[in-house]
Design a protein around this ligand. Structure first.
Ligand SMILES: Cc1cc2nc3c(=O)[nH]c(=O)nc-3n(C[C@H](O)[C@H](O)[C@H](O)COP(=O)(O)OP(=O)(O)OC[C@H]3O[C@@H](n4cnc5c(N)ncnc54)[C@H](O)[C@@H]3O)c2cc1C
Length: 404
């Protein structure tokens, strides 16, 4: 494959870079260095600040560039999408397309009525989706979920409990997996629903109760979501009754892509880290004077570049119309390993004891974003529908054809 960008891609990269430079200033918020794990992820002010920038992407016509033309997008070639995603990510700016991974499921499995309602609103960033898949006894083994839905006239009546629903206290809509046939084999009795959990005035839907879940730094990251006989009209079903599992897999496959943007995001953090360390002195000396530190940073950069090349291969295959299942898993798994075991721990080690300081503490380098806390959340909630340890399973089964 050819790793070089085309002339068109290169000139588009310059255009995006200039646009981001003129329009994005993080204003001290750290909301995108680590996707849902970043420090200000649950900060309402930071979210409002993001919305201002996203509105500019909408006005520019870029926000839905990856969408098919029939849904108001531009069908942008994979290379152009990749360049765009990388530039935003490198700068630590908010995601450049309607963020929810439900987009693909709606396009492939939604009814025309649903597409007409949701897609234009999502294109204008007016819908805040939360994802209701995990339950207390259904995480990696998602198909064990027990939240029940019973048909009653034109509605489903939903009762049960979800857990780890990220930022669902900001959401007005919830995409949720429910069990509609308890007798069927577990993958075949599941239905996928869109549920309105908040009205336009901000009132929670009747029967929906959110209980906050805080992370170890006290940030309200998730909620437990309790549903007590919540009525969901049947025309909000995504796909067919009892076949929700297959529609939901479209959602999870969307979660497992985007590797090139992720490594560009880490490269951006690394470049800003080096600039910061140039100005920083520990005991009167910049850490960059230490040859061992310089060696570690060079090693890290090579690793990130390798990750980026693997992600390019995935994009290149997609551009040819191939489905890069094993290649996507290899690229995703590598970048998870890099982030958790290499990238954040290396930065934390270089700043030593300062890595224990949090945002808001005056001596925390770069206001605390390089702290040890960053590596911790990565083991479990990574990359959609399962933890870091699932990568080798997917590679073994879909890449090497090994038995389950
Ligand atoms: C930051 C974050 C945000 C999240 N946001 C959401 C959200 O918005 N909506 C939502 O529905 N869920 C969300 N989750 C939940 C996430 O999807 C689950 O945590 C994940 O599916 C793992 O489930 P679990 O926590 O029950 O762990 P378990 O399934 O109990 O897994 C525990 C450990 O065992 C390993 N393991 C389990 N099964 C296997 C296997 N077969 N082979 C090898 N290893 C295995 C896992 O890799 C993991 O290390 C989020 C989680 C995090 C951390």
């Amino acid at each position: 494959m050819d790793f070089k960008l085309t002339t068109e891609e290169e000139s588009f990269r310059q255009e995006v870079r200039q646009f981001v430079k003129e329009n994005w200033d993080p204003k001290g918020f750290d909301a995108h260095t680590l996707n849902v794990r970043a420090y200000d992820f649950d900060n309402a002010e930071s979210r409002a600040h993001d919305d201002v920038f996203i509105k500019k992407l909408v006005d520019k016509g870029w926000y839905t560039m990856s969408w098919p033309k029939e849904y108001g997008g531009q069908d942008a070639p994979v290379g152009i999408q990749m360049v765009y995603g990388q530039e935003l990510s490198y700068a630590g700016a908010p995601g450049g397309s309607p963020g929810s991974n439900i987009t693909g499921a709606l396009m492939f499995h939604g009814t025309d009525e649903m597409k007409d309602y949701f897609l234009p609103r999502m294109a204008r960033n007016e819908i805040d989706w939360a994802q209701g898949f995990s339950e207390p006894n259904a995480g990696t083994d998602l198909a064990s979920l027990q939240t029940r839905a019973v048909e009653d006239g034109d509605d489903f009546v939903v009762t049960g409990q979800k857990i780890w629903s990220s930022a669902s206290h900001f959401a007005n809509w919830y995409h949720v997996l429910v069990r509609t046939d308890p007798e069927a084999p577990k993958h075949r009795g599941i239905t996928y629903l869109a549920m309105q959990i908040k009205d336009d005035d901000g009132n929670q839907t009747e029967g929906v109760t959110l209980r906050p879940l805080y992370d170890f730094l006290g940030r309200r990251r998730w909620n437990e979501v309790f549903m007590d006989e919540v009525r969901v009209p049947k025309n909000l079903m995504i796909g067919e009754v009892n076949r929700g599992w297959y529609a939901a897999m479209t959602t999870l496959n969307f979660e497992r892509t985007g590797g090139a943007a992720a490594s560009a995001g880490s490269l951006g953090v690394l470049d800003r880290f080096v600039a910061e360390m140039r100005r920083t002195k520990f005991a009167g000396v910049s850490p960059l004077k230490d040859p061992l530190v310089r060696h570690k940073l060079a090693d890290l950069r090579i690793t990130l570049e390798t990750d980026r090349m693997l992600a390019y291969r995935v994009a290149w295959m997609q551009a040819k119309g191939d489905v890069p299942q094993a290649e996507g898993a290899i690229s995703g798994y590598r970048s998870q390993l890099t982030a958790k075991f290499h990238f954040w721990p290396t930065l934390a080690k270089i700043i030593g004891d300062y890595s224990a300081l949090l945002k808001g503490e005056s001596r925390a380098p770069a206001n605390g974003i390089y702290g040890t806390n960053n590596a911790l959340a990565m083991t479990i909630g990574f990359g959609g529908g399962g933890g870091i340890l699932l990568g080798p399973n997917i590679i073994a089964q879909r890449g090497l054809g090994l038995p389950r």
